[in-house]
Design a protein around this ligand. Structure first.
Ligand code: PBG
Length: 324
């Protein structure tokens, strides 16, 4: 005996064409940003992130080309700094002859339409492994750090970056960077603020890739407590008032509620970063043979989009784009 149902939601799932027609969330390569690691040596795999490489400048440019061919037209750059160039004040961060500015120029020379984003923070350059300058008593200094971050952001803009992305979580850095950029006529260079960046255990493989783990202490005095989301709205208000063009939540997967709160409250586009630990978990799980890697990629990225992210930073960008 058939049930007397008026509403049968399964009708909208009956065929692929119907499902495609009613799908609410679209995932396209245009939404994806590919993080890339550049170093002074030749191309080599990263132990902590299977499938991800540290690139020479030449290798980097080729990878940007492969991504662009698949429709991924945005990248964010991270530099692996040799130990001997690391200092307490992270001065290599704003060296105009450093790896990042050269990489930006090389990309812009060959792929001018690719959006080049840069990471603004001191940890790859800091002998303390912190995002800011550490005082003798162990405090991570805010205002002194902001000054250096401004120099770093300006150097990236001078080299041709489209968007600078401060990932340091110092107070007031978005406003200070905006003022510095404008003062030097970089009115068109955008700021994608890491607005709600959490003190997360998911950054481990990234720190392995860069050898940038804190040499002492942790990042809890500047990165956010994973227990808080109202506080993320405070950061959102501040970064937006200071001129952020995009606001980011990081990591993505464990913080989808924060992504949704941002999507509802933000007047600027929302980005989310599927970080190295989320990447590694998928890789390791797929390697077990019990989970389908491509399906996991598509489901996690769709979930992040559904939660409200306009833009997703993911090490899977190229691989995802291949299947879209
Ligand atoms: C540092 C920075 C980190 C990441 C991006 N920028 C690590 C950290 O804060 O310790 C992590 C990215 C990832 O895990 O994929 N400013």
């Amino acid at each position: 005996m058939p049930l007397e149902l008026i509403a049968r939601p399964r009708r909208n799932r009956r065929t692929p064409a119907i499902r495609d027609m009613v799908r609410e969330t679209e995932l396209t390569p245009a939404h994806l940003v590919l993080p890339l690691f550049v170093h002074g040596g030749s191309d080599e795999p990263i132990d902590s992130m299977p499938g991800v490489n540290r690139w020479s400048t030449k290798g980097l440019v080729d990878e940007v080309g492969r991504a662009a061919d698949l429709g991924v037209r945005a990248v964010v750059l991270f530099e692996v700094t040799p130990e001997e160039l690391k200092t307490p004040t992270g001065d290599e961060a704003w060296n105009p002859d450093g790896l990042v500015p050269r990489a930006i120029e090389a990309i812009k020379a060959t792929h001018p339409d690719t959006v080049v984003m840069t990471d603004v923070a001191l940890d790859p350059y800091s002998s303390d492994g912190h995002d800011g300058i550490v005082s003798p008593d162990g405090t991570v200094l805010n205002d002194e750090t902001v000054e250096v971050l401004c120099r770093q952001a300006l150097m990236h803009a001078d080299a041709g970056a489209d968007i600078v992305a401060p990932s340091d979580m110092m107070d007031g850095r978005v406003g200070a960077i905006r003022e510095t950029l404008d003062h030097h006529d970089h009115h068109g260079v955008g700021i994608c603020a890491y607005t709600a960046k959490y003190a997360s255990a998911f950054f481990g493989p990234f720190r392995g890739a860069l050898d940038s783990a804190p040499r002492h202490g942790d990042k809890k005095t500047y990165q956010m407590d994973p227990a808080n989301s109202r506080e993320a709205l405070r950061e959102l208000e501040l970064d937006t008032a200071e001129g952020a063009d995009m606001v980011m939540v990081k990591p993505a997967g464990p913080y989808l509620d924060v992504v949704r709160r941002f999507a509802d409250a933000s007047v600027v586009p929302v980005a989310a970063y599927q970080v190295s630990g989320e990447y590694l978990m998928i890789k390791a799980a797929a390697a077990s043979g019990w989970l389908d890697e491509q399906a996991l990629i598509s489901e996690t990225l769709t979930g992040i989009r559904r939660a409200g992210a306009d833009v997703i930073l993911t090490y899977f960008a190229t691989q995802a784009a291949k299947h879209l």
